[in-house]
Design a protein around this ligand. Structure first.
Ligand SMILES: Nc1nc2c(c(=O)[nH]1)N[C@H]1C(S)=C(S)[C@@H](COP(=O)(O)OP(=O)(O)OC[C@H]3O[C@@H](n4cnc5c(N)ncnc54)[C@H](O)[C@@H]3O)O[C@H]1N2
Ligand code: MOO
Ligand SMILES: [Mg+2]
Length: 423
C-alpha cells in the first residue's frame, strides 16, 4: 500500500454499536485458570468453583440467650400465682457440652451459643427468672409458660448439609468471607487474576514525578487504568511508555503479549500523524475487531486480537479512555474471571437537568446520582468533553444519552450505568 492510501485507510473506519463491540470482544474472552488462595487473601477475588455446605449450619441446637435450658412441658399452666420451680442441675458455657440429662423438673444454666441439652426444648432468659436456693440446691422460679422452641436455634436453620453456599462466579466480599470461614474453606478456589499490561503512548507525556514542561503533560491515564484494572479484578502491570514510533511500539506490544494475558494502550488511536496505534492494529500480525464505535466519548476505541489475546487501544483523551475501559475492557476481564455480572449495572433514573448536546452517536455522560423524595435523579457533569479529566472523580455513573437531534430534557427517563467504587 502506498503512503497516501495508508493514510486514507486510517480515516476510513466502520463504526459499530457498543453492543456489537462488546459481543466481539467477549467472544474471545477465555476463562482464567483456577488458583487457591488463603481465605484472608480472597477479598475481591472471584470464586472459581461452586462451594457446598459440608455440614448443616448450625450443626448443633444452639442457645440464643444467656439463661436456662428447660423442658417447656414443665411450664404448662405456670402463672405468677402458680409459679414453677426448677432445680438447676448443670451449667453449660459456650463450647462445652451438657454434662447431665435434664429430667422433668430440672434446668441447666446455659450461655448464648452453647449447645442445648437434648432433653431441653426451650431456653428462658435470665431476666425472666428468679433464683433461689433450698437445702444446698439451686432453683429458678418461672411465672409464665414458655413456648417450645423458645430461644433455641434448630440444626440447619441457615443451611442443610449439601446446600449450595456460593456459586462460582461470585465476587468475594465480607458476607462471602464469613460463610467460607464458617465452613472451614481456608483455601479458596478463585480465578487467577488476568495480568494486564498497560502502555501509554505519546511524546508529550511526563512521568508523574517530573516537573512540568511547556507543551507537555503528566501521564495520568496509565494510573487511572491501573486502578480500573485492579477494580475489575485484574492485575495491572505498568510498562514503559511507548514513544510515537510504530516499529518500537510493535516490538513492545509483541513482547507484552508473551508475558501478559491482555494488553491495553492509551493514546495514538485517532487519525493524527503520530497516532501509531491506529496503524499498529492494521498490521498483518493482529486481527482487528473494530476501530470505531458509535459512542462518545471513546469513538476511536479500538480492539484487536493477537495470539488469542486482547489488545485494547483506548483513546488518549482521559474521558474517552475511562469510558472505553468501562464499556469494553471491564466486561472482558469480568468474563475471564467468570463473574456472574461482567457489565456495569444498569439502572433507570430521571435526568436531573436538560442535556442539550446533540449527537448521532450514543453518549456516555459522566454524572452523579442523587435520591430525592424516593426518586433517583442523574445529573450530568458540567464538563463532560472527552478531553476533560477533572469530572471523572465526581461521577458515580455514566448517563446513557441516545442519539438525538434535540437532546434529552430534565425529567425524562434515562439509563445509567453505575460506576464501581461510587461514593
Ligand atoms: N482530525 C481528527 N482529529 C481527532 C479526531 C477525529 O476524528 N479527527 N478524533 C478526536 C477524538 S474523538 C479523540 S477521543 C482523540 C483521540 O486521540 P488519540 O486516542 O489519538 O490520543 P492522542 O492523540 O495520543 O491524545 C489525545 C489527548 O489525550 C492526551 N493524552 C494522551 N495520553 C495521555 C495519558 N497517558 N495521560 C493523560 N493524557 C493523555 C494527549 O496529550 C492529547 O491531549 O482525537 C481527536 N482528534
Ligand atoms: O473518541 Mo472521542 O472521545 O469520541 O471524543
Ligand atoms: Mg491522536
Amino acid at each position: 500500500m502506498s503512503a497516501l492510501s495508508e493514510r486514507e485507510d486510517k480515516f476510513r473506519r466502520r463504526a459499530i454499536s457498543v453492543q456489537e463491540g462488546q459481543e466481539k470482544v467477549l467472544a474471545f474472552a477465555k476463562t482464567a485458570e483456577t488458583e487457591w488462595v488463603p481465605l484472608p487473601d480472597a477479598q475481591g477475588r472471584v470464586l472459581a468453583e461452586d462451594i457446598s455446605a459440608p455440614h448443616p449450619y448450625p450443626h448443633f441446637r444452639r442457645s440464643g440467650m444467656d439463661g436456662f435450658a428447660i423442658r417447656s412441658g414443665d411450664t404448662v399452666g405456670c402463672t405468677s400465682e402458680r409459679p414453677v420451680y426448677l432445680e438447676v442441675v448443670d451449667e453449660i458455657p459456650c463450647g462445652s457440652l451438657p454434662s447431665v440429662s435434664l429430667v422433668p423438673g430440672t434446668a441447666a444454666r446455659i450461655m448464648t451459643g452453647a449447645k442445648v441439652p437434648d432433653e431441653a426444648d426451650a431456653v428462658v432468659m435470665f431476666e425472666m427468672t428468679e433464683s433461689g436456693a433450698d437445702q444446698g440446691k439451686d432453683f429458678i422460679m418461672l411465672k409464665r409458660e414458655i413456648a417450645p422452641g423458645s430461644n433455641v436455634t434448630p440444626v440447619g436453620l441457615e443451611l442443610a448439609a449439601g446446600d449450595l453456599i456460593l456459586a462460582r462466579g461470585r465476587r468475594i466480599s465480607a458476607g462471602e468471607i464469613s460463610v467460607l470461614a464458617t465452613f472451614g474453606v481456608y483455601r479458596v478456589p478463585v480465578a487467577k487474576r488476568p495480568r494486564v499490561a498497560i502502555f501509554s503512548t505519546g511524546s508529550e507525556l511526563l512521568g508523574i514525578d517530573e516537573p512540568l514542561q511547556d507543551g507537555r503533560i503528566r501521564n495520568s491515564n496509565t494510573y487511572m487504568l491501573a486502578t480500573q484494572v485492579r477494580e475489575a479484578g485484574g492485575e495491572p502491570h505498568i510498562l514503559e511508555a511507548i514513544a510515537d514510533d510504530l516499529a518500537t511500539a510493535r516490538l513492545k506490544v509483541q513482547e507484552a503479549f508473551a508475558l501478559y494475558d491482555l494488553v491495553i494502550t492509551t493514546g495514538g488511536v485517532s487519525v493524527g500523524d503520530f497516532d501509531i496505534m491506529a496503524d499498529l492494529v492494521r498490521g498483518d500480525d493482529v486481527e482487528m475487531l473494530f476501530n470505531k464505535v458509535m459512542m462518545r466519548p471513546g469513538s476511536v476505541t479500538t480492539a484487536a486480537i493477537k495470539e488469542g489475546k486482547h489488545l485494547f487501544a483506548l483513546s488518549g483523551n482521559p474521558g474517552a479512555c475511562f469510558v472505553g475501559f468501562e464499556l469494553f475492557v471491564r466486561p472482558v476481564i469480568g468474563r475471564m474471571l467468570g463473574t456472574d455480572q461482567p457489565f456495569l449495572p444498569e439502572w433507570e433514573a430521571e435526568l436531573g437537568r436538560d442535556y442539550t448536546k446533540v449527537n448521532n452517536f450514543t453518549r456516555f455522560v459522566r454524572g452523579r446520582l442523587e435520591v430525592r423524595d424516593g426518586r433517583l435523579f442523574a445529573y450530568p457533569a458540567a464538563l463532560d468533553e472527552s478531553s476533560v479529566m477533572i469530572t471523572i472523580k465526581d461521577s458515580d455513573c455514566l448517563i446513557v444519552i441516545p442519539p438525538s437531534s434535540r437532546g434529552v430534557q430534565a425529567g425524562e427517563t434515562v439509563s445509567v450505568l453505575r460506576l464501581p467504587g461510587a461514593r
